[in-house]
Design a protein around this ligand. Structure first.
Ligand code: EPZ
Length: 421
């Protein structure tokens, strides 16, 4: 297994280009199952999760062509030869987003056999809302040997209310509804930018979706969709992570190829800590001038502060000038990074869904272990700030969601290397 070795306290200076968003690319890959013909997808990030998902699609009989263009981020997909309808446990266990094939497979073929994802480090991650919506649309579901076996003729439009906004739940049911008979209304739907992007691509495929970006999405079923060319939106969580790297390592970064309007809550919060953030929607500068101020954070569904940046901003608060409270309202166990940050000297207490952070002057490097994707990003940010050497093991977690992270950071002055453990 690889590990990252970081010598801290090297202020950053330079430009970082943001890659395509993992959480936009995954549902868009799933949507190519809805119709045969060639999709040309651009700005696809080179990530383990994307490879896992395209391996699953290949197993389903889909042609996935990475080599079409010498430009490394282009992917051509053709699901004309779709011949299977099963997402096996060993793949779904590795990546829960595989559940996103359920809606499209039912729409396209009327059947699907998808392993229940099981829990993960950050929480139980139930999919009851996905399944309830599909049943309301006429699917017959049964649980057998840890698999959901789903059957449906043509799905029927339905009125579906989400007990809680679910990102992949909204995406799955949108993809189930686009070829259904009649109209589907999704109420209390999630509003993340990745969902808006998926809906825009579906509409380009000649689906009929209204209300995108709001909590009420109306989908009028059609008989046929067509393949399209599509570019994946930039990764707002990657962009937020690098903005916070300035907060921990110091210095100044130019961040380009982002969409700053997807990060309003984050930019507003980071400005309150004292980071100087200027620029336009696709190119910003982030500069650290003096010590950071403590602020309180509460994670919420979009457009609130994203849970996927909670572990990262906790590192800034660990070095800020006072007390801060971070409340995690989305997942029940998303403080796995706290124990590791404490090994670096952070003063953090967890009480239920809240963490109380007392800012200190400096962190000290030590060996730490990544536990999940975004926790591993927070350990990198801590290593950039810590005195001495920080070694992060199990970086396979990081490789799931960050493209060439150590290369991007080394290019702007960080002393960070990947080694075989
Ligand atoms: C998506 O996960 C993201 N993954 C997650 O990013 C992100 O943290 C999460 O949304 C929240 O923003 C992808 O988009 C691939 P949810 P998802 O369904 O869809 C509860 C990362 O680091 N819920 O919006 O699985 C659930 O328990 C990953 O890139 C139900 O109760 O999250 C949670 O409390 C981590 N029943 C809340 O809703 C359901 O059927 C939000 O979960 C579904 C969800």
């Amino acid at each position: 297994m690889d590990q990252l070795v970081i010598e801290g306290r090297h202020p950053l200076k330079g430009t970082i280009r943001i890659s395509g968003a993992k959480n936009a690319a995954l549902p868009i890959l799933a949507a190519t199952l809805l119709t045969g013909g060639t999709f040309r997808l651009q700005n696809i990030p080179r990530l383990v999760d994307i490879k896992t998902f395209t391996d699953l699609m290949t197993d389903l009989g889909v042609i996935v062509d990475y080599s079409a263009d010498n430009d490394s981020d282009v992917l051509n997909i053709d699901s004309s030869g779709l011949s299977d309808h099963e997402a096996p446990y060993d793949l779904v266990r590795k990546m829960r987003a595989s559940i996103l094939v359920l809606g499209p497979l039912l729409s396209r073929t009327g059947k699907a056999r998808v392993s229940l994802p099981g829990g993960c480090a950050i929480g139980a991650r139930p999919i009851n809302l996905h399944l309830k919506g599909l049943e309301l649309m006429g699917a017959k579901l049964r649980l057998k040997k840890g698999y959901i076996e789903a059957r449906a003729g043509r799905l029927n439009g339905a009125h579906i209310y989400f007990d809680t906004p679910s990102v992949t739940g909204t995406e799955n049911l949108m993809m189930a509804a686009v070829l259904a008979k009649g109209t589907t209304v999704l109420r209390n739907a999630a509003r993340e930018p990745e969902i808006l992007a998926l809906g825009q691509m579906l509409n380009q495929m000649e689906a009929k979706i209204k209300g995108l970006g709001s909590d009420t999405v109306k989908i009028e079923g059609v008989r046929k969709l067509r393949p399209v060319d599509w570019a994946i939106i930039p990764d707002r969580i990657e962009a937020g992570t690098y903005m916070m790297a300035v907060g921990t390592a110091g210095g100044e970064l130019i961040i380009e190829n982002l969409l700053a309007n997807h990060l309003e809550a984050v930019i507003s919060k980071l400005r309150s800590t004292g980071l100087q953030i200027e620029g336009d929607n696709t190119r910003i500068s982030v500069r650290k001038k003096g010590n950071l101020h403590s602020v309180d954070i509460k994670t919420l569904p979009y457009p609130g502060f994203p849970t996927d940046l909670q572990a990262q901003i906790m590192v800034l608060m660990a070095l800020a000038d006072g007390l801060s409270v971070i409340t995690e309202t989305i997942f029940e166990n998303r403080f796995m990074h706290v124990a590791e940050l404490r090994r670096l000297g952070a003063d953090i207490k967890v009480e239920g869904r809240s963490a109380l952070i007392k800012g200190i002057n400096e962190l000290n490097g030590a060996p730490v272990m990544a536990t999940d994707l975004r926790a591993s990003a927070s350990l990198v940010l801590a290593g950039l700030a810590a005195k001495g050497t920080t070694t992060i093991s199990r970086v396979y977690h990081l490789d799931r969601g960050y493209e060439c992270l150590e290369r991007k950071l080394a290019a702007v002055g960080a002393n960070i290397k990947r080694e075989k453990a």
